[in-house]
Write a protein that binds this ligand. Structure first.
Ligand SMILES: [Zn+2]
Length: 354
């Protein structure tokens, strides 16, 4: 471990680590605009026109939305929530900072099942930086972005839900650069034992609680992007969207990730089962809502799951029949999909009262 000198020559640090290189290394794509390089600011949900301006000429950056800026050191301090000396150490490649374990070749997988909700600091950090990298990548990957926007999702929803795209070629290097141990990423399932990305080539949606991603699920891009269509990280599958739904007396339960994203885009308290299987914990979670609208797929597994939930939840559960579509996600691309959905919910209430 090298030790930093008592007095740090900041001009030297800024000279050796060009701010534009460091910003790009965090997965933020920069495009030249005049004398600046412009990209999406990592400190606020940066939709629409990007707000982060990097000025190589005077080695500085500024976000016009956050109204904050500085030099390469302050960028690292802010992004990684580090103090001044730790940020400099980070840039100098020192191992003073947390999680200094270098990546090692993968070991044999443990046969024990994992409990994803009890990860340690390194595992949680890996999940957080993966979500950050994948999200930045989605916003700059034309094919992946076209896919999700083609499914009727707005940019604001993608940002609010931190939807991402795993290119499959970046995570291992990114973790290395963020000084996070590859083994921790293997344990949470982000990396396979041979170092390949588990969710490669997929649109990725995280379950975030208290600002911390706990679990990720990925969907192949395109109508027939390969099997399986959905792939979740190993460990316990949570109800997707818990934190935003839990404050509401009602919840709308759907099967799929895109159903869920559609409802989130409409500002509704949605929860996704991510499939039709419901674990006992998730069932207990649902029992706290006063009213649970079940909007499961109109196929056999969806109907069976709805029937089972109605048995468990009793009269609080109300099945909703969508007219002429298989699921909520299909309504996302209908011009009047949102009002069709609201009408279907109203009708289910009437049917129940009758
Ligand atoms: Zn900003």
């Amino acid at each position: 471990m090298t030790t930093l000198p008592a007095r740090i020559d900041t001009d030297q640090v800024k000279h050796v680590h060009p701010v534009e290189e460091v910003v790009s290394r965090y997965g933020i794509e920069l495009r030249p605009v005049g004398r600046a390089l412009v990209g999406r600011c990592p400190f606020h949900p940066d939709g629409g026109r990007p707000n982060l301006y990097v000025y190589p000429g005077n080695r500085s950056w500024y976000c016009y939305r956050c109204a904050v800026g500085g030099d390469v050191i302050s960028f690292v301090m802010r992004l990684e929530r580090l103090g001044f000396r730790d940020a400099v150490a980070r840039l100098e490649g020192d191992s003073l900072v947390a999680c200094p374990t270098p990546p090692r070749p993968a070991r044999r997988p443990s046969a024990r099942p994992r409990r994803s909700f009890a990860w340690g600091a390194a595992e949680r950090a890996c999940l957080a930086v993966a979500v950050e990298l994948y999200h930045n990548r989605l916003l700059t990957d034309p094919a992946a972005l076209a896919y999700v926007e083609g499914r009727g999702l707005e940019r604001a929803t993608l940002e609010r839900c931190r939807v991402g795209y795993a290119s499959g070629e970046e995570l291992a290097a990114y973790l290395r650069w963020r000084r996070l141990p590859a083994q921790a990423a293997v344990r949470v399932g982000l990396l396979r034992h041979d170092g390949r990305e588990f969710l490669a080539g997929r649109v990725v949606v995280p379950e975030i609680r208290g600002g911390q991603p706990l679990w990720l699920v990925g969907r192949t891009v395109g109508p027939d992007g390969g099997d399986p269509k959905y792939l979740g990280l190993p460990g316990g599958k949570p109800l997707l969207g818990w934190e935003t739904a839990v404050g509401s007396p009602t919840a709308i339960v759907v099967e799929g990730v895109f159903d869920w994203l559609t409802l989130r885009g409409w500002g509704l308290p949605a929860l996704a089962l991510v499939g039709t299987h419901l674990r006992p914990e998730a069932q207990r979670g649902l029992a706290r809502f006063e009213r649970i609208y079940l909007v499961l797929d109109t196929d056999e597994p969806g109907r069976a799951a709805a029937a089972k939930l109605m048995r468990t939840l009793g009269s609080r559960a109300v099945p909703v029949l969508l007219p002429g579509v298989k699921d909520v996600a299909e309504l996302a691309t209908c011009p009047d999909g949102r009002s069709i959905f609201h009408r279907a919910v109203q009708q289910s209430e009437h049917a129940r009262a009758a």
